[in-house]
Design a protein around this ligand. Structure first.
Ligand code: CA
Length: 232
């Protein structure tokens, strides 16, 4: 996928130079000569990155950034001729991801754009691995379960049982099937499974006696019930 980049820059020579370098790097630039154009363009189409000049006619880059940050988390690289703007940008915490001082080498700008796009996409991939249920999230590889921002402590086996049921939402497994899947043995004390389920319930269920997530299907086993209450 070609990265779409919105360039907001009133100096046409600079805008065209950035645009040319981005194109040569396989990106798809769109030009706006002022912040008002930028706002309109963002309403009708989405971008992977914005390269934003600060000193613009009309609304300046700071105001533009503050306006879009109310509803948009697209990565932003600020370019400015005033080195002092860097402190402002960082100090205000108004949501710029990078700062480039003019005059700049277009090659360096493109490299920083690339690096930023890569960081953002890596973060997105990482987040997409999370599985959400109710107020909880489970990271299948990091052995991490959270309720909101607080960590829920599970033993490794508790985690594996929960992960297995969660990854197979809606399917029912007998205690002996779970024992085989999680403990990797065909025979053993099946009460172990029930004990683990009980402990998990104590940690994730509001009322462990009336579980909403891991339910007993009488005579069949355990099943993780899909709870589409929350979206994240
Ligand atoms: Ca300018």
């Amino acid at each position: 996928m070609r990265a779409r980049v919105l360039i907001i820059e009133d100096e046409i020579d600079i805008a065209q130079l950035i645009s040319l370098y981005l194109k040569n790097d396989g990106m798809e630039p769109v030009l706006c000569p002022d912040a008002e154009c930028g706002l309109k363009t963002l309403l009708i189409s989405s971008f992977d990155l914005i390269i934003l000049d600060i000193n613009l006619p009309g609304m300046d880059g700071f105001q533009f950034l503050q306006t879009i940050r109310k509803s948009n988390n697209v990565p932003v690289i600020i370019v400015s001729a005033r080195k002092a703007d860097e402190d402002l940008v960082l100090g205000l915490g108004i949501g710029a991801d990078e700062f480039v001082v003019k005059p700049f080498s277009p090659k360096v700008l493109v490299a920083r754009a690339r690096a930023l796009l890569r960081r953002v996409s890596e973060k997105a991939t990482l987040n997409s691995k999370l599985i959400f249920f109710g107020d909880f999230s489970l990271d299948p590889e990091a052995y991490l379960v959270k309720k909101g921002d607080s960590r829920i402590f599970l033993t490794a086996k508790e985690f594996e049982v929960l992960r297995f049921l969660l990854l197979h939402q809606g399917k029912t497994f007998t205690a002996s099937q779970l024992y085989e899947k999680i403990w990797g043995k065909k025979y053993g004390d099946l009460a172990t499974v029930a004990i683990h389920i009980q402990r998990i319930r104590k940690k994730i269920e509001e009322d462990p006696a009336n579980p909403e997530f891991i339910q007993n299907i009488y005579g069949a086993g355990y099943t993780f019930v899909i709870q589409p209450r929350h979206t994240h």
